[in-house]
Design a protein around this ligand. Structure first.
Ligand code: COA
Length: 188
């Protein structure tokens, strides 16, 4: 099984049994408003559909690698890398309301970016944040991403409208591998 360890956080593939926890953590207006594909309110049926597509051995299907971020065996956040081009991966994440401002997003963003570069063969990582969510921009800055200067309109399901989205990028050549992020690959 793929596993990423960074300090006390363990990132592992999603399991079908995670549905109740995702239903709880995702039913949060801040998560819905600041991501593109999370409805609000977020129902148990939404969570069941989410884990059905990504749990039970489906990690990596559709070139999408989604991790449950756990601390002491409890899911506190979610993050992923999604292939959008041959060797280009889009990084995304959210952190549960009770776990913010502890550095979890920063460490998680670094971890999935390192996973994309080292395990998926990415040459470029990309990311975006809604213009009215500068906290996420600072997370990406700390993870090494640079603004492209481009702003695009992206739809947010939670808002029901398009939102100005700042785009960022990070080339493999500019990424500093951290020995504190330990990846155990599936065939290890
Ligand atoms: C945006 C979001 C991901 C940030 O997650 P987070 O885990 O709180 O992020 P971090 O803890 O790494 O950084 C947030 C702030 O906490 C600060 N911080 C980190 N550890 C801290 C600590 N121990 N004590 C106090 N503050 C701390 C960071 O310096 C940072 O400050 P800044 O906003 O002034 O830069 C989270 O609020 C979230 O999930 N929001 C909803 C969904 C979302 O926005 N997803 C991102 C889509 S692009």
């Amino acid at each position: 099984m793929v596993e990423i360890r960074t300090g006390d956080l363990v990132l592992r593939p999603i399991e079908l049994e995670d549905a109740a926890r995702f239903a709880y953590l995702c039913n949060d207006i801040d998560v819905a408003r600041n991501t593109s594909r999370i409805a609000h309110p977020y129902s148990r049926a939404d969570a069941d559909a989410f884990v059905a597509k990504r749990g039970a051995g489906m990690f990596g299907d559709d070139n999408e690698y989604v991790f449950a971020v756990c601390r002491e065996n409890e899911i506190v956040a979610c993050a992923g890398a999604h292939g959008t081009g041959d060797t280009v991966y889009e990084i995304g994440y959210w952190v549960g309301a009770d776990y913010r401002r502890q550095g979890i997003a920063t460490r998680t963003a670094r971890a999935v970016t390192q996973f994309a570069f080292l395990e998926l063969g990415a040459t470029v990582a990309t990311a975006g944040f809604f213009a009215d969510n500068p906290t996420s921009g600072r997370v990406l800055d700390r993870a090494g991403f640079k603004a492209t200067g481009e702003t695009i309109a992206m739809h947010s399901l939670g808002r029901g409208e398009s939102v100005d989205t700042a785009r960022l990028t990070l080339a493999r050549a500019d990424f500093e591998v951290s020995p504190a992020i330990v990846i155990t690959a599936a065939d290890a």
